[in-house]
Design a protein around this ligand. Structure first.
Ligand SMILES: Nc1nc2c(c(=O)[nH]1)N[C@H]1C(S)=C(S)[C@@H](COP(=O)(O)O)O[C@H]1N2
Ligand SMILES: [Mo]
Length: 198
């Protein structure tokens, strides 16, 4: 029964990667709170602002020239789907944050269309978060946040702001869009921090 054992072994290995209350899907659902914005690349920029001496922006061309990392991670959505081994390419947030001295400890990501989400600044540092512009070897599709989205795979997927345009650095925490509507302020999938009070 070597075949069965191998099959069960792979399933067991996979299930240890699936947080409580989640199921594995092979789909890539689209979840957007509003219409998909289409911002021309020649007007796109990415800005670090807020608790900084001076805001700093990168144009699309400048962003393209920054060293990109290819990486594969599991994604966990609060609506309970988990997708394993998603392959992305993007620029680590460290690249931007290292260029902008700050006393801030909180961040509020902001997007075209008005979506926001708050994340402790420490969770954007240390190679744990990226601005991604490629999924599965192709430019990120507009429905999934193209031209570029935030990716914070260790938190529920609502923290990965699509159509991102920048990060506001803050000395006080400011709840974002879903956080104001009752989602958990932090959103750790391994602790099932889905909603306020979890
Ligand atoms: N700008 C923006 N980013 C967003 C959202 C949104 O509505 N607008 N939805 C969030 C939620 S709730 C989820 S689950 C994921 C969904 O990403 P996907 O549509 O690529 O699957 O994006 C997150 N980022
Ligand atoms: Mo979501």
């Amino acid at each position: 029964m070597a075949v069965t054992r191998g099959f069960i072994g792979r399933r067991a290995a996979e299930s240890s990667r699936v947080p409580p209350g989640q199921y594995v899907t092979r789909d890539f659902p689209v979840l957007s709170a509003g219409p998909t914005p289409y911002t021309p690349l020649d007007t796109w920029d990415f800005t670090i602002r807020g608790a900084v001496d001076k805001p700093v922006s990168w144009s699309w061309a400048e962003f393209q020239q920054l060293p990109h990392e290819k990486f594969t991670v599991d994604i966990h959505c609060v609506t309970k789907w988990t997708r394993l081994d998603m392959a992305w390419s993007g620029v680590p947030l460290d690249t931007f944050l290292d260029a902008v001295p700050t006393q801030a400890t909180y961040a509020l990501a902001f997007s075209d269309g008005g979506y926001t989400t708050n994340i402790p600044l420490a969770d954007l540092r240390g190679g744990k978060a990226w601005i991604v512009d490629e999924y599965d070897g192709r430019p990120l599709e507009p429905e999934h946040g193209g031209p570029a989205r935030l990716l914070v795979p260790h938190l529920y997927f609502w923290k990965s702001a699509k159509w991102i345009r920048g990060v506001e650095l803050r000395t006080t925490d400011q709840p974002g869009f879903w956080e104001m509507f009752g989602y958990h302020n932090y959103g750790d999938p391994w602790k099932e921090q889905r909603y306020y009070g979890d």
